[in-house]
Design a protein. Sequence first.
Length: 321
Amino acid sequence: MGSPGSRALWVGSPRGRAIWVGSPGSRALWVGSPGGRALWVGSPRGRAIWVGSPGSRALWVGSPGSRALWVGSPGGRAIWVGSPGSRALWVGSPGSRALWVGSPGSRALWVGSPGGRAIWVGSPGSRALWVGSPGSRALWVGSPGGRALWVGSPGSRALWVGSPGSRALWVGSPGGRAIWVGSPGSRALWVGSPGSRALWVGSPAGRAIWVGSPGSRALWVGSPGSRALWVGSPGGRAIWVGSPGSRALWVGSPRGRAIWVSSPGGRAIWVGSPGGRALWVGSPGSRALWVGSPGGRAIWVGSPGGRGSWMGSPAGRMQEP
């Protein structure tokens, strides 16, 4: 009971159970401190229960190298089970509420972040459920290399299903084979990859429907400056309606038969190809009817400066009223 060189109260021998106040070195029960109340059982190398600190309340079970239960921190309340290298349950942080289960290298459940609420299950290399981010709401299920469900991004809402190399439903911006809905500036539906058939709805400046890839048949409706319908590929038959400055109907390919209605400055009907027979009605400055090809027989009615009729080819006979 007490020693000349230290303040201590103990009962029993150093190898047995004891109640003491003063120095470490053996298992002990320690009650009271100069600055506050404390209960301590065990030595630093063994299991221990410690309650109370000069600045806050705390419960600590176990040694620094083993599993432990810890309640209370100087800045707030907390529950922590396990050591940094083992599974753990952790609740509460100085700035927010949080629940964390597992070690950094294993599956974990984590709730709460300094900037917002979050639920996170699993490690970076395993399946996970993650909800909430500091800047937006998000749901993420799966690992980066496997199937995943992801909702919400800092700048826009998004739903993403699948991995970058597999089919996916994704809302935000395109990437890989996917079904894509929504863009930062407009609504859009996009199906397929850039090199395959696709359905695309909506453009930043107007509505559009586009089906197919640049090298295959496609249906395209709407342009940034006007309404348009386009069916077919650049090298095959096509129907095109609407131009940036006027309404138009165009059927066929540049090398085949075509019907074209409306020019930027007036109405027009054009049938045929540039090198074949054609019917053309109307010019920007006057009414005109033109039948035939530039190098063959032709019938022409009307001129830009006045009325007139012309029949024949440039090198043949001509009739004029």
